[in-house]
Design a protein around this ligand. Structure first.
Ligand code: OGA
Ligand code: NI
Length: 357
């Protein structure tokens, strides 16, 4: 067994050193899944675990969100979705379709440019980084996708640091993301029965981490995954996906497809929001299947406290405990969360469980 693991570790290192990712394997004409991508049997997509009911993640229109009666309805829909699914899709959110498709195209452009131009970004540490499987060397099973990740605080102070292929698209997209983030933080605060500026005031969503995925077609999709099951290490995530599909969310112990809808964003509650809401809102596990059709492109915008609050502690919100409900978590800082998250390598037990009282 030890020998097998050594081989895997070496294969993972060789794959990483190529700095050309899964796209590089496709370009080289790989017809069989290399062994580091083969998931252990218990992690492979199992048809018996896929929901057979015609369930859908709730779709919520933000149309009319400024006006009293409609706002109350939207807030109620968001509350219900956050408590039961941890996921919803939003439409009529004010972000133009051309901005959404422009961003997806720019991500495709980045991943499809000659590998020499991507290699300079290959890293797991920088603020702008390109890599294949973040925790590759921790759990030694690779995911069938490549990723470009970009971290910003509220604004992009240094656009020159972004890859040319997507610089303009990101600057434009971020300006819309900030508005949508603000609208959602108000609605989520109200849905919790708090002042509408509550979540904005605790400065929990000021940093944006864009995680831009490229999922090539896979020769043996039954053995691999695009992204293994996980919950998000954010307060909130705003995801943009193209029309190919493959994202699934765990609902009542079954996997449910998050069906692509043109013009929609997929919103999901992250671990930190579950912690501060004392389990009222749920950070739910999700995964992405590998598929025979592709490339599939998506962009997750994970929202966190900014760098200056990296050591600030966040615990269950006092107002939510006013009726005598005991806190279920101790207060933790983003730094403490990150340490546990990285050690876990995106597999296995929920990070949140570490902080339960
Ligand atoms: C993520 C994620 C889903 C997708 O980046 O955390 O869940 O559809 N992405 O790529
Ligand atoms: Ni996720």
């Amino acid at each position: 067994m030890a020998e097998v693991n050594t081989n895997r570790a070496q294969e993972a290192i060789a794959f990483d050193q190529s700095k050309t990712g899964v796209k590089g394997l496709i370009d080289a004409g790989v017809a069989k899944l290399p062994s580091i991508f083969v998931q252990p049997p218990e992690s492979r997509p199992d048809p018996s675990e896929i929901s057979t009911e015609q369930l859908q993640v709730p779709v919520i229109s933000l149309d009319g969100v400024e006006s009293g009666k409609r706002r109350a309805e939207i807030m109620g829909e968001i509350r219900e979705a956050s408590e039961t699914w941890g996921f919803f899709q939003v439409v009529n959110h004010g972000v133009p379709l051309s901005v959404m498709s422009g961003l997806l195209e720019s991500i495709k452009r980045f991943h499809e440019q000659p590998s020499e131009m991507k290699k300079e970004f290959y890293s797991r540490d920088n603020k702008v980084k390109y890599y294949s499987t973040s925790a590759l060397h921790v759990n030694q099973t690779a995911h069938w996708r490549d990723t470009l990740a970009i971290d910003f605080d509220k604004t992009i102070s240094d656009p020159q640091s972004l890859p040319l292929a997507c610089r303009e698209a990101f600057v434009e997209y971020l300006s819309y993301m900030s508005k949508l983030r603000y609208a959602l933080s108000e609605l989520l605060s109200e849905a919790l029965g708090l002042q509408s500026d509550y979540l904005e005031d605790i400065q929990c969503m000021e940093r944006h981490r864009f995680v831009c995925h490229y999922y090539p077609p896979c020769p043996q999709p039954d053995l691999a995954l695009g992204l293994t099951r996980h919950s998000d290490p954010s307060f909130l995530t705003i995801l943009l996906q193209d029309n190919i599909g493959g994202l699934q969310v765990l609902h009542k112990d079954k996997w449910v497809n998050v069906t692509p809808m043109e013009g929609a964003f997929v919103i999901n509650i992250g671990d930190f929001l579950q912690l501060v809401t004392n389990d009222k809102f749920k950070s739910v596990e999700h995964r992405v299947l590998a598929g025979t059709v592709g490339p599939r492109i998506s962009c997750s915008c994970l929202l966190f406290p900014s760098e200056k609050n990296h050591y600030k502690v966040y615990g269950p919100i006092n107002e939510l405990l006013a009726d005598g409900t005991p806190p279920r978590y101790r207060a933790i800082s983003p730094s403490e969360y990150d340490d546990k998250y990285l050690a876990r390598g995106l597999d296995g037990s929920q990070v949140l469980d570490w902080f339960r009282l």
